[in-house]
Design a protein. Structure first.
Ligand SMILES: NC(=O)C1=CN([C@@H]2O[C@H](COP(=O)(O)OP(=O)(O)OC[C@H]3O[C@@H](n4cnc5c(N)ncnc54)[C@H](OP(=O)(O)O)[C@@H]3O)[C@@H](O)[C@H]2O)C=CC1
Ligand SMILES: [Mg+2]
Length: 352
C-alpha cells in the first residue's frame, strides 16, 4: 500500500507526487492508531489478537517449534462470551504492530486484572483446553520460536507488563486510564500522562587485542559466560556508563570504545541493551572481580570463544566441578557481540 504525501512549505500546503514507501505508510498508520482511539477501535475489527495469561503467551506445539496462534475480533468475542465475559474486555488489549497491508496486531492478557475493567482473570487450564494450546513463560519458549514471533512477543509481553504495573497514578493514587492503543496511560484527575519506558543498559565486550573478557553471575546456567552488562545511571552518557560498569565489575580502565548495535530485552523488565566493543589500556589486564556483582570473570582466547559459539566449548572449572563453557544464545545481543569479535579476530589473523 502506498500514499501520495502533502508537504508544507512557507505556510502553504502542496500535493507532492512522490510515492511514499510501504514502510513509511505503515509507520504513519501505526502513528495514527496510537494517536486516535476511534481509528484504533476500527482497526480491531479487521485486526488479529495474540493472547496471554499472566504475561505468558499462548503457544501451540508443532514438531520442534512453537506456533503463535492469532484470533480475529469475532473469535475473541465468542471466546469471551463462552467464559461469561463481554467484549468490553477487549479494550484492555495493546497495539503491538501491523502488517504491510495494515492489518493491526494486538495483544490481550486474559489472566491479569485491570483497574479500568471489572473483569476477573479467566481460568488458565480451561482456556488452554478451549484454545488447543498452552500459556508458556516467554523465557522458557525462546529457543523454539522464530525470530519474528519472538520479537513481536517481546514487545507484547513488555507492554502488557508495563500496563499491569502502572494502573495507578503515583501522584494522586487514582486509577490511570490507557488509550486504545496502549501507547500511554493518563490520570483522569490531574491529566498526568505516563508513557511505557525501557531502562537503558550498556553491554560491553572488552578485549585486550588477543583475548576477550567474559563474566558470569551466580544466577546464570552453569558454565555460561557473557559480556559485561549494567544499567545506566541517571545523568550518564553511554560512554560513561560503559567505562563505569567495566571499572565497577572487573576493575579495568578502557582505552577505546565502539558502538555495535542495540536490542530491546524484556527480562525481567524492559531494557534497551546498547552493545559496544571496547579495548583495555595496554598492559592493564589484571582483573579484579567485584564479587557483589559477579561470580567470576576471565580472559578467553579466540580458540576457546570460537569453539563455544559452535557449541563445542571446552570445559570450565566452577566450584570444584567442571561444566561445558558456553556463551548466551543467538537471540541475545551478547551472542552477537561475541560473534562479531570472533569474526573480526578471524579476519585480522588471516595472512596478508
Ligand atoms: N540480551 C542480552 O544479551 C543480555 C541482557 N542482559 C540484561 O541486562 C540487564 C542488566 O544486567 P546486569 O548485569 O544484571 O546489571 P547491573 O550490573 O547493573 O546489576 C544489576 C543490579 O542493578 C540493579 N537494578 C535493577 N534494575 C535497575 C534499574 N532499572 N536501574 C538501575 N539499577 C537497577 C539491581 O540491584 P539491586 O537489586 O541491588 O537494586 C540489580 O541487581 C539485565 O536485565 C539482564 O537481563 C544482560 C546480559 C546479556
Ligand atoms: Mg552487571
Amino acid at each position: 500500500m502506498a500514499l501520495y504525501c502533502r508537504i508544507a512549505f512557507r505556510g502553504k500546503s502542496f500535493c507532492c507526487y512522490r510515492l511514499l514507501s510501504t514502510y513509511v505508510t505503515k509507520t504513519r498508520y501505526l502513528f495514527e492508531l496510537k494517536e486516535d482511539d476511534d481509528v484504533c477501535r476500527k482497526a480491531q475489527q479487521t485486526g488479529a489478537f495474540y493472547l496471554f495469561h499472566s504475561l505468558a503467551p499462548l503457544l501451540q506445539t508443532s514438531e520442534h517449534q512453537y506456533l503463535v496462534p492469532r484470533f480475529s475480533l469475532s473469535e475473541l468475542e465468542r471466546l469471551l462470551s463462552k467464559f461469561g465475559q463481554n467484549a468490553q474486555r477487549i479494550e484492555d488489549s495493546v497495539l503491538i504492530g501491523c502488517s504491510e497491508q495494515h492489518e493491526a496486531w494486538f495483544a490481550l492478557d486474559l489472566g491479569l486484572n485491570s483497574s479500568s475493567s471489572t473483569h476477573a482473570s479467566l481460568p488458565k487450564s480451561e482456556m488452554e483446553t478451549e484454545l488447543k494450546g498452552s500459556f508458556i513463560e516467554l523465557r522458557k519458549a525462546l529457543f523454539q520460536l522464530n525470530p519474528v514471533d519472538s520479537s513481536l512477543l517481546f514487545t507484547a509481553q513488555s507492554l502488557l507488563h508495563w500496563h499491569d504495573g502502572h494502573q495507578f497514578c503515583s501522584r494522586s493514587g487514582q486509577p490511570t486510564k490507557k488509550n486504545m492503543a496502549g501507547s500511554k496511560r493518563v490520570c483522569p484527575s490531574n491529566k498526568i500522562i505516563y508513557y511505557p519506558q525501557m531502562a537503558p543498559v550498556v553491554i560491553t565486550l572488552v578485549s585486550d587485542g588477543t583475548r576477550c573478557l567474559l563474566a558470569r553471575q551466580s544466577s546464570f546456567p552453569k558454565g555460561l559466560y557473557s559480556a559485561l552488562a549494567g544499567f545506566c545511571d541517571m545523568g550518564e552518557s553511554v560512554e560513561e556508563a560503559v567505562r563505569r560498569e567495566v571499572a565497577e565489575e572487573v576493575g579495568l580502565e578502557l582505552e577505546r570504545l565502539q558502538y555495535s548495535a542495540s536490542q530491546h530485552w524484556p527480562f525481567p523488565n524492559s531494557s534497551l541493551m546498547i552493545a559496544c566493543h571496547a579495548t583495555v589500556k595496554p598492559g592493564q589486564t589484571e582483573i579484579q572481580v567485584n564479587l557483589r556483582e559477579l561470580e567470576a570473570a576471565a580472559w578467553f582466547s579466540y580458540a576457546e570463544v570460537a569453539a563455544a559459539l559452535k557449541r563445542k566449548g571446552t570445559y570450565i572449572q566452577q566450584q570444584n566441578q567442571s561444566f561445558p563453557f558456553s556463551v548466551p544464545p543467538k537471540l541475545a545481543i551478547a551472542h552477537q557481540l561475541i560473534k562479531e569479535w570472533v569474526e573480526k579476530h578471524a579476519c585480522s589473523s588471516l595472512p596478508d
